[in-house]
Design a protein around this ligand. Structure first.
Ligand code: KG4
Ligand code: ZN
Length: 336
């Protein structure tokens, strides 16, 4: 089954053709970073407009690279939420019209489920059940995953998402957008132990997260150490972001393995944009080998938003005969 997948939940216009939910025939993405950079974050109205411009070229390119025509597509999968409604609607309306024109069935996909399923694009995919951590710009949640469509949420962030905290700290320090990859890079040469930022545990048995405290601690640190004319010395910036990153990673690693222990599971899967973070990936691997647990982390390109992961989920539902009606709507909040 060849599934054409479309992803427009935020600021990336993605299109992919995926064979049998596992093999990527094509996977293209048009990033809007240069559009939003000067505002220090995604401007929703601009994002929708850019999706409108990019959607036709991206879908054409995905079909071309896969070497298939629309007639050879067996299903159309599209992100239905959560995300920016204006952005989602572009992908959704386009997918509906393609489905209507081609006769290929339509399936709406939950963006969080797509992130959790990105690991199935890798050669060594995990068996169910596993603990799934979703860490993105909009979400930080821990799930017990027993199969496609079988999710038990164990915890989630009570305030900022992990990626959101990276973006806000980078903005505060004037480092640019998106903050995650910039902080990741600067931290390589920073001292993670330079400043002790708080780690919110929220109680021994809680799998919830909170990142607003560490963000505020960075704000307070910067206020207490005003920058000299010309800005902070580079070494200080590196130490601040590296210490911030360390605090976030500590909490993510600790809670993920606590959840695995609590559920008696020996497999952990990471997903979402923040899972591209090098220190997080390394620390998860180290902890996993200590605890004799297997950790599965998608390649960085499958961690950040992409359409291939939408194709994985779309295939699983289409295969089971599930179809979405043309009345399918977009939702900024869509629980999993
Ligand atoms: O999954 P994603 O592409 O979009 C959402 O669904 O939100 O995640 C984007 C988030 C942004 O906050 C970005 O700063 C963060 O993921 N991110 C990273 C890295 N790459 C992207 N955070 C830390 N380290 C990275 N290397
Ligand atoms: Zn995402």
């Amino acid at each position: 089954m060849r599934v054409l997948a479309i992803e427009t939940s935020c600021d990336d216009t993605g299109a992919a053709v995926v064979l049998n939910g596992r093999k990527i025939l094509s996977n293209v993405v048009s990033s809007q970073i240069s559009v939003h950079q000067k505002y220090g974050g995604v401007v929703p109205e601009l994002a929708s407009r850019k999706h409108i411009e990019a959607i036709v070229p991206m879908v054409n390119e995905a079909l071309e690279r896969a070497g298939v025509s629309l007639k050879e597509i067996d299903g159309i999968a599209v992100t239905q939420g959560p995300g920016l409604v204006g952005s989602l609607l572009v992908g959704l309306s386009f997918a509906k019209s393609l489905s209507f024109a081609s006769g290929a069935p339509l399936i709406g996909v939950n963006h969080i489920e797509a992130h959790l399923s990105a690991i199935f694009l890798e050669e060594k995919a995990p068996r169910f059940p596993f603990i799934g951590l979703v860490v993105s710009g909009g979400h930080t949640s821990l799930f017990r995953v027993d199969g496609f469509g079988k999710y038990i949420r164990l915890g989630q962030t009570r305030d900022d998402a992990a990626g959101e905290a990276f973006d806000k700290v980078a903005k505060l320090l004037g480092l640019g957008y998106p903050g995650g990859p910039i902080i990741d890079e600067l931290s390589m040469t920073g001292n993670p132990k330079a400043i002790r930022f708080p780690r919110a545990s929220l109680g021994k048995d809680s799998f919830d997260f909170s990142f607003s405290g560490v963000k505020t601690a960075v704000v307070n640190f910067v206020k207490a150490h005003p920058a000299p004319p010309g800005g902070f010395p580079e070494e200080m910036v590196r130490n601040i972001v590296s210490s911030f990153q360390e605090a976030v990673v500590d909490v993510l690693v600790k809670k993920t393995f606590q959840a695995a222990q609590h559920q008696g599971l020996k497999r952990v899967v990471l997903s979402g944009g923040v899972a591209a973070n090098r220190v997080l990936r390394q620390r998860m691997e180290e902890e996993a080998s200590k605890q004799k647990i297997r950790v599965h982390i998608p390649s960085p390109a499958f961690c950040t938003d992409n359409a291939a992961m939408v194709g994985v989920v779309g295939y699983e539902y289409l295969k089971r005969g599930v179809r979405s009606p043309y009345s399918l709507n977009a939702f900024s909040n869509l629980p999993l």
